[in-house]
Design a protein around this ligand. Structure first.
Ligand code: XMP
Length: 479
């Protein structure tokens, strides 16, 4: 048997090339996520329950990348995360959240908490605007009596504008009247939209943001290959998800291929990513089934033990090189998923042919990742766990099954991921800045202005163990 050599990020370096780049800002990180979607930075946040829900998806889209909402939620919970992402950062919110004047303040507070909204428009049974209820109205409520009706607490005199108002005019109305929310009405007084000052400010602050045709943040959502995946896909697309990711550990399987075919048949306009695979044949089979991008990486993730448990996988750099050659042939982008710890790793994955990198552990432990903080030895941490870990499976089964069958099911469960914790890292924005700053410098070392140019110029050199040791800080006491 002929055995090939498989290499990963730490086995290689990119050979520096003559460069005309004077400053990093000259470089362009635009890239393709999939056949029909472009991003301004090549970064995707992983569809994991300790990485991507709406807060992460909003933050990453503002920087020019995209987040994929994980699938370990009920359909309505996952749809809600997509809706929350779409609302946040879009200048005109379509179908803003409303409440009836006869409902209680308590109900309004519940609704605001669940939807992450700072206010609700109050509409009567005919859908006409009769008031607005904001957190301020509730805080000012003297008796703190939450059983009061919304109509008793809301602001009645609402300044509004016509649906279709020009953004400059809307800004003017907000500024002149010192208000934060401007409901947009049709000629019958029915609510058609909402413009908030916060969203206008945000739009100016994030010129790189990745947006859909309506100016809303791009967001993706993952589905599985069993059970409710068709119903889930339909609901997610209806909610505005820009891309669906068929997410399965062994993506080169009949299950994954059939799922891709079924989704593409039922929703031909759905932008579809599938994975994970680690071989040229796996990539080709998914492309032939109809995908718009292929996710590559088997056992490469920081919390993965697939290679330990099953003995299967391909070191990530070789996997990307092999899959990218097929991707190039069909003009289908490749996503390198897992194993990126530094901007150097990301640069190597892109140079090897990936159009984007999907990252998990790098973004775990941030303000925007789901989960609460825990303390250990006086330091703050957040949980970061593999989606095939025992506790992630326990969470899923708890939702799906009765407790009696739970024990039986889990007795047979073979985990392919571990539970871990990562130190608190602050805001994801700073991490993305470091990551993209490093990639930009990486382009410059390759004498390239952009990612496709780097892929053309890239020359890898294999390192010895001594070469690797030399690449790390050495012979100094780190502070
Ligand atoms: P990083 O290295 O960025 O990797 O933390 C994130 C990627 O790891 C994959 N993933 C898993 N792989 N068992 C696995 O074998 C797991 O339990 C598991 N959970 C996540 C996934 O591709 C993710 O994007």
């Amino acid at each position: 048997m002929e055995i090939r050599e498989g290499l990963t990020f730490d086995d290689v370096l990119l050979v520096p090339k003559r460069s005309g780049i004077v400053t990093r800002s000259q470089t362009n990180l635009q890239t393709k996520l999939s056949k029909n979607i472009s991003l301004n930075i090549p970064v995707i946040s992983a569809n994991m329950d300790t990485v991507t829900e709406s807060a992460m998806a909003v933050a990453i889209a503002r920087e020019g990348g995209i987040g994929i909402i994980h699938r370990f939620l009920t359909i309505s919970e996952q749809v809600n995360e997509v809706l929350k992402t779409k609302r946040s950062g879009s200048i005109i919110i379509e179908n803003p959240y409303t409440i009836n004047p006869e409902q209680t303040v308590h109900e309004a507070m519940e609704s605001m908490r669940e939807k992450g909204a700072s206010g609700l428009l109050v509409t009567d049974n005919q859908g006409q605007l009769v008031g607005i209820l904001t957190r301020r109205d509730i805080v000012m409520l003297e008796s703190k009596d939450e059983s009061k009706k919304v109509t008793e607490v809301m602001t009645n005199d609402v300044i509004t504008a016509k649906f279709g108002v020009d953004i400059v005019e809307a800004k003017d109305i907000l500024r002149k009247n010192c208000i934060e929310k401007l409901p947009l009405l049709d000629e019958r007084g029915h609510v058609k939209g909402l413009i908030t000052s916060k969203d206008i400010i945000n739009a100016g602050n994030y010129p790189q943001a990745s947006k859909d045709k309506k100016g809303r943040p791009l967001v993706g959502a993952a589905v599985g290959v069993k059970g409710d995946f068709m119903e889930r896909t339909e609901a997610l697309l209806d909610a505005g998800a820009d891309v669906i990711v068929v997410d399965i550990a062994h993506g080169h399987s009949e299950n994954a291929i059939n799922t891709v075919k079924l989704i593409k048949k039922a929703f031909p306009n759905c932008e579809l990513i599938a994975g994970n695979v680690a071989t040229a044949q796996g990539t080709e089979d998914l492309i032939k089934a109809g995908v718009d991008a292929v996710k590559v990486g088997v056992g490469s993730g920081s919390i993965c033990i697939t290679r330990v448990i099953t003995g299967s996988g391909v070191p990530q750099l070789t996997a990307v090189v092999d899959c990218a050659q097929v991707g190039k042939k069909y003009d289908i982008p490749i996503i390198s998923d897992g194993g990126v710890r530094t901007s150097g790793d990301a640069t190597k994955a892109l140079a090897a042919g990936a159009s984007t990198v999907m990252v998990g552990s790098l973004l775990g432990g941030t303000d925007e990742s789901p989960g609460s903080f825990m303390m250990k030895n006086g330091k703050r941490y957040k949980i970061y766990r593999g989606m095939a870990s025992f506790y992630a499976a326990l969470g899923r089964k708890n939702k799906e099954t009765s407790n009696a069958s739970l024990v039986e099911d889990l007795n047979d469960y073979v985990a392919e991921g571990v539970e871990a914790m990562v130190p608190y890292k602050g805001s994801v924005t700073d991490i993305i800045k470091q990551l993209t700053g490093g990639i930009r410098s990486g382009l410059s070392y390759c004498g390239a202005n952009n990612i496709p140019q780097m892929q053309q110029n890239a020359e890898f050199i294999k390192m010895s163990t001594a070469g690797y040791a030399e690449s790390q800080p050495h012979d100094v006491e780190l502070m």
